[in-house]
Design a protein around this ligand. Structure first.
Ligand SMILES: [Zn+2]
Length: 311
């Protein structure tokens, strides 16, 4: 091969490497926590190996490319480390709040019953306002969203994960009046099934649960057994301390707003909303602004939080 031919081949290879790098970077970001990512990364690595075996690329270039692959793998770990740091600081803040050592307060925004197609609007508002929240997910919508039958609802699990919201377990069936609470086994089956769904869509194993209808719905005796079973399965559980009433009928956004503001006052609030509710979505920017003005820091729930009941 002539000098020119070699040069062209070399440029061709470098262009290919750049393309693969760019594609892999975006692909990795896009599906950061999914199982597919690992498969994709392996196939990208295989492609690299072919390119790297070409003798026209020198050692420095190989090193640089290898460093970049390692960087890609680091993104996932760094996010986990960052979230662990956030939760550690949140724990410290919670104990300061409990001891009256700070004027700061915490609000945990939580959204139940998703995913829905409307979840996209909720996620957009949270992102625009730099808020991390908690999503109590269920499979009530199945694979297709109730509010957009053409849309595969399961895709939204990756969106929750990508934005680093806490993904929590609200049972697979949500059927609080359809046998969910008939026995500890039926309840735990619905917990396990939802756990598997979350895990298969995101790679995340949830450790926070919420009882559909609230923790008092199964009744005292059964409820106690279910809470013990949750703890044994590695879960804490949480109800809520504030809401805009969107679990029931709310006439308009003014009513939603007034319901919400009336329930806010504690130093640590767990606010209940629903992904599907358009009135909640409409007041959400105002909710975030209001809470921040009242000195609340908005955080996603984490297992160690004082808000999470263990047993
Ligand atoms: Zn629910």
């Amino acid at each position: 091969m002539g000098r020119n031919g070699k040069r062209i081949k070399r440029i061709f290879i470098i262009i290919n490497i750049v393309i693969v790098l760019v594609i892999s970077y975006f692909a990795y970001n896009e599906y950061l926590k999914s199982k597919d990512t690992k498969k994709e990364l392996t196939s990208i690595k295989d492609k690299y190996k072919v390119l790297l075996n070409d003798s026209s690329i020198d050692d420095d270039e190989i090193k640089e490319i290898n460093d970049k692959i390692n960087d890609l793998e680091e993104i996932g770990n760094k996010t986990k480390e960052k979230m662990a740091e956030v939760f550690k600081l949140a724990s410290e803040l919670e104990s300061k709040i409990k001891k009256n050592e700070t004027k700061k307060k915490i609000a945990y925004l939580t959204f139940d019953d998703g995913p829905y197609y409307n979840t996209y609007n909720v996620l957009k508002i949270l992102k625009e306002n730099h808020v991390k929240a908690t999503f109590f997910t269920t499979n009530v919508n199945g694979e297709h969203c109730y509010d957009n039958k053409n849309y595969e609802c399961h895709k939204l699990y990756k969106e929750y994960a990508k934005d680093n919201h806490t993904i929590a377990n609200h049972t697979y069936t949500h059927g609080w009046n359809k046998g969910l609470y008939s026995s500890v086994n039926s309840f735990m089956d619905a917990i396990k099934k939802q756990e598997e769904l979350i895990k298969s869509e995101t790679g995340i194993i949830p450790n926070i649960a919420r009882f559909p209808g609230g923790s008092s719905t199964p009744g005292a005796t059964k409820g106690k057994q279910m809470k013990a079973a949750l703890l044994k399965a590695g879960y804490g559980w949480v109800d809520w301390t504030a809401s805009d009433g969107d679990g029931g009928y709310i006439a308009n956004t003014d009513v939603a707003w007034s319901n919400f503001t009336k329930t806010i006052g504690d130093k640590i609030e767990v606010v209940l909303f629903h992904d599907y509710d358009k009135k909640t979505t409409a007041i959400l920017p105002k909710v975030i602004k209001y809470l921040r003005e009242k000195n609340y820091i908005l955080l996603p729930l984490f297992y160690e939080s004082v808000a999470i009941n263990k047993g």
